[in-house]
Design a protein around this ligand. Structure first.
Ligand code: 5GP
Ligand code: ZN
Length: 114
């Protein structure tokens, strides 16, 4: 837990959010400004700033996050494909410095992303 981290606050239930799934390692909740009919964020409960700051000890956790995507997709009612996005650093416009996967679905997405 990092002091003054919005997503740590959500994971600790100190800041209200619509959590749709959580376990001992991850927390998944609805994005406050959805960019698709379904838009949820998956975070590790451990505070990690970005993919740039992961360490060897985070390997299993990172694998677990991707492994759980298909369960969240089903739980959230996403059909016909989805997009998983992780913004890292300034050029990608990462606004919250706690690793998160955006899971977006139930609309068509264009490529390349903007
Ligand atoms: P980033 O831009 O860092 O990739 O994504 C941060 C995401 O967090 C944005 O999609 C934004 O809408 C979402 N967000 C920011 N503040 C809150 C909040 O207080 N609650 C929830 N549920 N989502 C938030
Ligand atoms: Zn955090």
């Amino acid at each position: 837990m990092a002091e003054d981290c919005l997503f740590c606050g959500i994971a600790n239930h100190e800041i209200p959010s619509e959590i749709i799934y959580e376990d001992d390692q991850i927390c998944v909740y609805k994005d406050i400004a959805p960019q698709a009919p379904v838009h949820v964020l998956m975070i590790p409960k451990k505070h990690i700033e970005s993919l740039d700051t992961v360490t060897e000890e985070d390997r299993d956790l990172l694998g677990y996050m991707l492994f759980k995507v298909k369960d969240i997709v089903k739980l959230a009612g996403i059909e016909n494909g989805y997009r998983v996005v992780s913004n890292n650093g300034e050029n990608a416009q990462q606004t919250v410095k706690h690793i998160h996967l955006h899971i977006l679905g139930n609309r068509k997405f264009s490529w390349p992303p903007g």
